[in-house]
Design a protein. Structure first.
Ligand code: BGC
Length: 760
């Protein structure tokens, strides 16, 4: 293939080359018939196929496809196999509809619950998000269809998404905002990666050499093509130089012309264009290998969508009312029961093949029960006391009430962010009134991201987070409420108590073209842990109709080398009455580190099914990266020898077993000392410590006091000149003060010392 591609490149004119690198239409690349290069068709994504064959149709209606649950629900399954199956099903639909590449998955971090597109993203945790993205990609690509991992990178809000600069420091960028992409790229090799609209630290992602070329292509070895988000290119020549291979959508004749001219004038190296052409041709021909057309099994995919929904829904509260049993009459309240809210707004919007209606599914699942229905709240955000009164009357006349509370559909969408994390005033008043009148009240939520619950959660018997549950979600809800399915989802994002408690609150959504990621690495549970801020429901939390006991935590070795990693095993027992699935989470805590690290970080997980009374041993491997952190001084991931705590639990706030291990770092890192290094830094550096030792001795012998603690009680304050006083000063500055006693100028002394350090 690569020879054939090189032959084609040789025959291409410059115009053809540049033309190939800019789309021909909204969804197609530019074909070159004379050289046998066909057009490639791409389409949205990610929670199902949105293929619009005719963009001139004013409605631009996409062909019917299965609407799977959105990413928040998918990731709450923590079931990588299921995500892979979803990917395979989506690929089958792409094949049937002649689509070569699906524009998904999206794996941006949930920095704030306000991001309008959070429903399309997996998690606040990069490890979980990366695993989900990787398995989605593996599923799709296994069937010979490509994916587009998006939106790369730092696209964590919709506000000014076309222009804002996400200002992210190097360490945070690598540890939080790039990790999920890195994992997915290295593990699953997506055919394409889509760059985001925003700027990253001042440079558009579409022109960002550091991001697209250095990190993605060089460091991570990405071999596919980089496509722009739709309309993300501002300057095609700059984007070629940055590493952007394919601009979408097209046509863009003026840009083709400008790029051709730039090559002719010597401003753009033709080799750069050739490289993009090479990458694009490779993917086009790869896509060609999968014959297109045919049908897909709509019913089987609907069932799969239901299965994913039922594993992704999270039971947040249950006083024992669920699973429902023994009721004769149940009041079903809320518009969401009849017109379900099952997907988000924007480019991910799928035209479903069919939709399960929760009310009907409840009736089918429990045919012996009498169900009443009342609307509860209007479309939109008007306040209607009459609807609340009618709902209360129905609830009182029944043995239990199920409230379907769906956020108005326009609240969560691509293109803009949420203003708050609240349900509507009407919905809150409705829940409170019904729960007061009917203690057996269950709330089923439909939303794509965390909502606040503190006003009403105490009063209700149970809460099921149903997410944007996809077209078969109605069935999933009924099955969970009546115990046909034991809920097994756990939150892939923290549910805070108040918006004001959230990590990015003060730095949201940015001003004057920039948004500072001031909370750094501390997003999601990393923040709540560190600040000890109470939350409504923690990351990783979810209830089941059974319970699980953890015991016998073991590690393959107590002491190990970073490159070898370690394997963790733990016994999990189902101690309840029904079969259930438990999500076992492994977090790592570095006991001591030269840089600040979060209290714990998710580094592994597994989902295990257990019959009542059954015990299984689960094993979870932890590799180099489970212990490493990104050091901005070395510009790389490093490990430091020392003790780590391995925490195994049922959620980030429910650690059941712990064990300490010793890691030996195999890295031999260069010194970071320089002319500005402080005395403390010299003393921390293994080689620097030896070199500076004579100077320290002299200072101690000369200084007025040896140790600040000894002089704390002296009246009249502390004199200058203690070691404590100078330790955070650069050595050079300290030497400047005693220049007259020195044999050489301070600069020369420090330089000589640095030479000694670096020679070693
Ligand atoms: C969205 C992408 C989407 C593309 C094509 C953009 O506005 O950000 O996620 O794939 O449009 O519809």
């Amino acid at each position: 293939m690569s020879e054939q591609i090189e032959e084609i490149i040789k025959k291409m004119t410059l115009e053809e080359k540049v033309g190939l690198c800019i789309g021909a239409s909204f969804w197609n690349t530019t074909p070159i018939e004379r050289l046998g290069v066909p057009a490639m068709t791409v389409s949205d994504g990610p929670n199902g196929l949105r293929h619009v064959p005719d963009m001139s149709d004013p409605d631009q209606r996409s062909l019917p496809a299965t609407c799977f649950p959105t990413a928040s629900c998918v990731s709450s399954t923590w079931n990588t196999e299921l995500v892979q199956q979803m990917g395979e099903a989506i690929a089958e639909e792409c094949i049937a509809q002649n689509v070569d590449v699906i524009l998904g998955p999206g794996t941006n971090m949930k920095r704030s619950p306000l991001c309008g597109r959070n429903f399309e993203y997996f998690s606040e945790d990069p490890y979980l998000a990366g695993e989900m993205a990787a398995h989605y990609i593996e599923g799709v690509q296994k069937r010979g269809v490509g994916t587009s991992l998006k939106h790369f990178a730092g696209n964590n809000q919709e506000y000014q998404r076309f222009s804002i600069s996400s200002e992210i420091d190097e360490r945070t960028l690598h540890e939080i905002y790039l990790t999920a992409f890195e994992k997915a790229v290295k593990q699953a090799k997506p055919w394409t990666v889509m760059c985001s609209y925003n700027k990253l630290n001042g440079t558009y992602a579409s022109e960002n050499y550091f991001l697209l070329t250095q990190i993605l292509k060089q460091d991570w070895g990405f071999e596919g093509l980089v496509v722009s988000d739709w309309g993300a290119v501002h300057d095609r020549v700059a984007s070629f130089k940055g590493g952007l291979d394919l601009e979408m959508p097209g046509p863009q004749e003026a840009r083709v012309k400008a790029s051709v001219e730039a090559v002719r004038k010597g401003e753009l190296d033709e080799a750069v264009v050739d490289e993009s052409v090479r990458r694009i041709l490779k993917i086009i021909f790869k896509a060609q290998q999968t014959p297109k057309g045919g049908e897909f099994d709509q019913e089987a995919h609907h069932q799969l969508a239901g299965k994913i929904a039922s594993e992704g829904m999270v039971l947040l509260k249950n006083n024992g009312l669920l699973p429902l049993k023994g009721q004769r009459k149940i009041a079903v309240i809320g518009r969401g029961a009849k017109s379900p809210h099952f997907q988000g707004g924007g480019s991910s919007h799928v035209n479903p093949t069919k939709v399960s209606i929760p009310l009907e599914e409840l009736k089918k699942t429990a045919s012996d029960i009498e169900f009443s229905y009342s609307e509860g709240y209007p479309k939109g955000e008007d306040f209607r006391q009459d609807l609340i009164d009618a709902a209360v009357a129905e609830a009182v006349a029944a043995d239990a009430a199920i409230l379907f509370i769906a956020l108005p559909t326009y609240i969560e969408s691509e293109g803009y962010d949420r203003q708050n994390i609240d349900l509507t005033n009407q919905q809150v008043a409705l829940i409170k009134a019904v729960a007061k009148a009917q203690p057996n009240s269950v709330v089923v939520l439909n939303n794509g991201a965390a909502v606040a619950m503190q006003d009403w959660v105490e009063g209700v018997a149970a809460v099921l987070e149903g997410w944007m549950m996809g077209q078969a979600g109605g069935t999933a809800v009924a099955e969970i409420l009546f115990g046909k399915v034991n809920p097994s989802g756990k939150l892939s994002e923290t549910f805070p108590i108040r918006l004001e408690d959230t990590p990015a609150y003060i730095n949201w959504p940015g001003e004057v073209g920039k948004v500072y990621y001031g909370e750094g690495m501390f997003i999601g549970y990393r923040y709540y842990d560190e600040k000890q801020v109470p939350v409504q429901f923690p990351f990783g939390f979810g209830l089941s109709y059974t319970s699980f006991e953890y015991s016998n935590l073991k590690v393959s070795q107590q002491s190990f080398k970073d490159i070898d990693g370690v394997v963790v095993s733990v016994d999990v027992k189902n101690v309840g009455q029904v079969t259930g699935k438990e999500i076992v989470q492994v977090y790592v805590h570095d006991q001591k580190c030269s840089l600040r690290r979060p209290k714990k970080e998710l580094k592994g997980f597994t989902k295990v099914e257990l019959q009542p009374g059954e015990t299984k041993t689960v094993t979870i491997p932890l590799d180099f990266r489970a212990f490493a952190f990104y050091h901005p001084g070395y510009h790389r991931w490093i490990t430091e020898s020392g003790e780590f705590e391995i925490l195994v639990g049922a959620s980030s706030a429910d650690i059941r077993q712990k064990v300490n291990v010793n890691l030996e770092s195999t890295l031999v890192l260069p010194s970071l000392l320089n002319k500005e290094s402080t005395i403390a830094e010299w003393m921390q550096d293994p080689r620097g410590k030896e070199v500076i030792a004579p100077i320290i001795e002299q200072m101690i012998s000369r200084g007025p006091q040896k140790d600040i603690k000894e002089i704390e009680d002296t009246e009249g304050g502390i004199e200058m000149g203690t070691l404590e006083f100078v330790k955070d000063m650069p050595l050079l500055s300290v030497l400047m003060f005693s220049q007259k006693d020195l044999p050489l100028p301070p600069e020369e002394i420090v330089q000589a010392m640095l030479d000694e350090v670096y020679e070693a």
